[in-house]
Write a new protein. Sequence first.
Length: 131
Amino acid sequence: MKVFSTAVRIKICATCGTSFNCGDSEGGIACWCNDFPPIFKPLETDDCLCPVCFKQACVVKIEEYVATITPETAINNKAAFLPKQTNLIEGIDYYLENNNYVFKEWFHLKRGSCCTNGCRHCPYGFKKRVS
């Protein structure tokens, strides 16, 4: 019988050098990075990144992807087929403006279809017109 450790590993961020806790998937602990969209290929970075650097790397990668999307390519985009997440991440899925949530293109792309509410960052081309 194989016994797994339940200890959290301390790692050093490959970008900034900060130490951080890394969940050990073999030990049954879900790592904090599992809350982020699975948009990185294995070995795309030298090693794990700390939460701050990982979030920034996700933002950059997502913004690069979103920049390639047109209203015609928004339907059936690859973000819609990612595993569904239950949590929203500020700076990736939304930002706050006057205490209101403003959903970003990534949030809408993950949903996979237009809600026709005229959202500010609608990637499907259905934005409200200001008179």
